[in-house]
Design a protein. Structure first.
Length: 204
């Protein structure tokens, strides 16, 4: 199994890119599927709308467990494309904030950090999408909507990847098509036979 993580700030185009990649890989004859972001499902199901912008640390633990289960359920596939990642709950725990004087908070954050480092090794490729500058806020309570908040989350994700020395690729391109091409070009350099399948598919 080759596992791909597409990460970035909310509404940066992760899901669109993940779905395009899954469809293309399927058309090329691979067994490919998407591990949809569990955080959205969890927030809808268990967190009241008024509290979605100030989540409890234990919410991040549950999101981690749910995301991990979704990805493990697809381990039979040739490719699993994730529009999130199991190391992100730690990043979001830091974004929402915690009390350094509270032993419970410190214990949970330490656990999330430990899990994040363990989980990074399960991804064969990590692609980071920078936030789009022309993003328009959406009137949905579960989304982080301001430009500053999105830029802060993007910076925290990038800082985490750099500080943990995680190999990753910063996706270029402002359209779904150019972003998909960027990712496929990276994959084709590492995955045996993919370049030939792409060439054959292009010839029709």
């Amino acid at each position: 199994m080759t596992k791909i993580a597409v990460v970035g700030a909310p509404s940066s185009g992760k899901t669109v890119l993940a779905r395009r990649l899954t469809n293309t890989l399927s058309l090329l004859g691979y067994g490919a599927d998407s591990a949809i972001e569990y955080a959205r499902t969890y927030l809808f199901r268990y967190v009241k709308p008024a509290a979605r912008q100030s989540q409890d640390l234990l919410d991040q633990v549950m999101i981690y467990l749910g995301q991990r289960r979704r990805e493990e359920d697809l381990r039979h596939c040739d490719f699993v494309v994730c529009d999130s990642a199991t190391f992100l709950p730690y990043v979001f725990a830091c974004f929402w904030g915690f009390d350094l004087k509270d032993p419970r908070d410190v214990m949970v954050v330490h656990k999330l950090f430990k899990w994040s480092l363990e989980e990074i090794a399960t991804y064969d490729f990590i692609f980071h999408i920078p936030p789009r500058l022309d993003y328009k806020p959406k009137a949905k309570a579960w989304k982080v909507s301001t430009k500053d908040e999105r830029a802060d989350i993007a910076r925290r994700i990038e800082d985490y990847l750099l500080n943990a020395r995680v190999p990753h690729h910063d996706v270029t391109g402002d359209t779904p098509e150019t972003r998909e091409k960027f990712v496929l070009d990276v994959l084709a350099k590492k995955v045996d036979g993919l370049r030939d399948r792409l060439a054959k598919h292009a010839r029709g």
